[in-house]
Design a protein around this ligand. Structure first.
Ligand SMILES: [Zn+2]
Length: 378
């Protein structure tokens, strides 16, 4: 076992805010770690995943690639409700084992903090089971874990929307807030096919009453006012933002709410990318996540998300790195994603010389070593 390793200096700078502070020989008096000209970055913070699920949606993925419409797939029993059924049928142990395996893949790709949404149970029993599974998995996962409850992901088929809203407000959200895993956020999918603006407000209010900070899946397909509502209610982040425009970007820029963009989802679905360039230019805090989930992003690599942000969203490598670390930490309201002298840091050492190379090699490159709280874990 390594002793916890403290960063003692970064070439005169002390955060990733200064690009040339990242490179080569940043560490003085540190004979334990010789970078030999390799790139050192903070560990990636993945601020948006739906890591708890059972089963597979490979069949509908292949259908979709062949051009079958999503609604047609849903009619055939695919989509979120298929994952709901498979998750409800799984045991706590099965769910925990799969979460651990996914987290391990993410670690090998440089992710040192993971947000995990419990989002497929959609009943009291199954939602509790998901949170139990995360709690069990946390004992084996080496990353920092932040837990989000997302009972407001879809309406389950066994009850009408009014009854499910009541269940959410009176039972699911209170259960999640009291769960020993330590849920921090309460997320809601505001969309024409999911929760409308009025329901989204009620879901957020119920969470706030129980001490959970809101997050919103906002403007993924349609602009319904979710960004404005989220900013008004102090949400930690608005996520997706594919349909958002300059009005929403200005609202976000004036708020404490981070703008989370998920390029892996656009890549996976062959859809246009969110306009992260305009968000940054408007002054938003833009953060990156993978959206790792069985239906729309079977991608757990933040290196891949980082590379897509450069390739498809026209972010500079430095902007993409900030989005994948410091800003993603802001979207989770955690103090992480920064490297500071004397602070036991989460960081990666890469087999390349600089950030341009990391962006250039994003499909295959993996960190040579990963440190969490100063301790080597890969
Ligand atoms: Zn999501």
């Amino acid at each position: 076992m390594h002793e916890p390793f403290n960063i003692v200096g970064l070439n005169g700078s002390n955060s990733i805010g200064v690009a040339n502070g990242l490179f080569c020989k940043p560490i003085e008096n540190a004979d334990e770690l010789n970078l030999n000209g390799r790139l050192l970055t903070p560990g990636f913070v993945d601020c948006h995943t739906h890591l708890v699920w059972a089963g597979s949606r490979a069949d509908e993925y292949v259908q979709r690639c062949a051009g079958v419409d999503y609604l047609q797939i849903a009619k055939q029993g695919g989509g979120i409700l298929k994952t709901m059924q498979q998750t409800r049928s799984a045991t706590i142990n099965e769910l925990a084992e799969s979460v651990i395996a996914r987290a391990e893949t993410m670690l090998k790709n440089g992710t040192t903090t993971i947000e995990i949404k419990a989002s497929y149970g959609l009943s009291l029993e199954a939602s509790k089971k998901e949170l139990d599974a995360v709690q069990r998995a946390k004992q084996s996962i080496r990353q920092n874990v932040i837990v989000t409850f997302m009972g407001a992901h879809a309406f389950p088929p066994e009850m009408n929307s009014e009854n499910y809203m009541r269940l959410l407000e009176q039972e699911l959200i209170p259960m999640a807030a009291d769960h020993p895993v330590g849920v921090k956020f309460n997320d809601c999918f505001c969309e024409q096919t999911a929760f409308n603006l009025h329901q989204t407000r009620k879901v957020m209010q119920a969470g706030i009453q129980h001490g959970l900070t809101p997050k919103v899946h906002a403007d993924e397909f349609n602009v319904l006012g979710a960004v404005e509502l989220a900013c008004e209610m102090g949400a930690a982040s608005c996520d997706h933002l594919l349909a958002s425009g300059s009005r929403q970007f200005q609202t976000l820029a004036k708020s404490n709410t981070a703008a989370v963009v998920l390029p892996c989802t656009a890549f996976y679905l062959n859809k246009p990318y969110a306009n992260a360039r305009a968000m940054i230019d408007a002054g938003c805090v833009v953060a990156l996540g993978t959206d790792y989930n069985p239906g729309t992003s079977m991608i757990g690599s933040m290196t891949f998300a980082f590379g897509l942000a450069v390739n498809k969203m026209r972010l500079s490598p430095h902007e993409a790195l900030i989005a994948a670390t410091e800003n993603a930490a802001k979207a989770l309201r955690v103090e992480s994603g920064k490297i500071e002298p004397g602070f036991p840091a989460d960081f990666c050492i890469w087999p390349c010389a600089n950030l341009d190379e990391l962006a250039y090699q994003f499909v295959h490159i993996q960190p040579e070593s990963v440190y969490i709280k100063g301790e080597r874990v890969v």
